[in-house]
Design a protein around this ligand. Structure first.
Ligand SMILES: [Zn+2]
Length: 271
């Protein structure tokens, strides 16, 4: 009997915020997304705003405001857009000023820049020095035939930056078997279920071959919804303990290792 109402709240490690070029979302800003999270039983999201990822004049105001107003509900990715320029110092300053930041977000395909390009080096170096989380969009071959974030590029960065925690966004869709092999080899690599959870049997395969402790839950909310992807995990033929690792505990572990634990979890540990 499948329990579609787990006795814990969910943490989603791959979401977005804001309105994006061709898409309309009912829930797109901090207030409406938190309302949506409450409806579904999601405690916390790790998120990057479309403005920071895509706009030429990003000022990070939307994410900073969201993290301040919902400190345990919304944790932010610092979006690294190599086309706009950035520095290690700007990343450090942002993390010092905003305890809500949880990691860095890269979008190589969209920025048409190889993950192994030297323009990403300062960000990777910063993450490696701090043992920080990096979520990168990863995909086998894109619609335009490019492969800016394919499995070979992922292997390249994991060999070079062994201290980062690296979430392979979408688990390198089109090359999921290669992503599974990477996660088997690199214990600091995570398989992300965002969009990929719809592939029949993929969750069972990841858990069987790598272990649930290296699989993270992600949805791309608001571009996609929580419910279908949540159902894919809850309905998967894996143990309840493995489901909890995927839907909550692995994200908590990442927060703990980043020194950025949720306040209510910290209080529970000290009680
Ligand atoms: Zn995404």
């Amino acid at each position: 009997m499948i329990n579609f109402h787990p006795p814990y709240r969910i943490i989603d490690a791959h979401t977005h915020m804001g309105l994006e070029y061709c898409l309309y979302h009912e829930y797109y800003d901090a207030d409406s997304i938190v309302k949506y999270m409450d409806e579904v039983g999601v405690e916390t999201i790790f998120t990057s705003t479309c403005e920071d990822l895509m706009d030429g004049d990003s000022k990070r105001t939307q994410i900073v405001d969201a993290m301040k107003r919902y400190p345990d509900r919304i944790r932010g990715y610092y979006a690294v857009n190599p086309l706009l320029g950035y520095s290690k110092e700007s990343i450090q300053k942002a993390f010092d000023e905003n305890p809500g930041y949880v990691g860095l977000k890269f979008l190589p395909d969209y920025h048409r820049t190889n993950l192994t390009d030297s323009v990403y080096a300062p960000a990777f170096e910063w993450a490696n020095e701090h043992g920080a989380l990096v979520l990168s969009h990863t995909w086998g071959v894109s619609m335009n035939g490019e492969s800016c974030n394919s499995h070979d590029k992922i292997t390249g960065v994991l060999e070079k930056y062994p201290n980062i925690m690296f979430i392979m966004g979408h688990s390198c869709q089109g090359q999921v078997d290669e992503a599974i092999a990477i996660a088997k080899h690199f214990k600091n690599a995570y398989l992300d279920l965002c969009d990929t959870s719809r592939l029949n049997g993929v969750i069972e395969k990841m858990v069987r071959e790598v272990g649930a402790n290296q699989v993270t839950f992600g949805t791309d909310v608001p571009m996609q919804g929580f419910c279908f992807q949540l159902g894919c995990v809850l309905g998967a033929k894996i143990s309840d303990d493995d489901k909890k690792l995927i839907l909550r505990d692995n994200a908590l572990d990442i927060l703990k290792r980043s020194g950025r634990m949720l306040k209510n979890e910290e209080e529970k540990q000290h009680a």
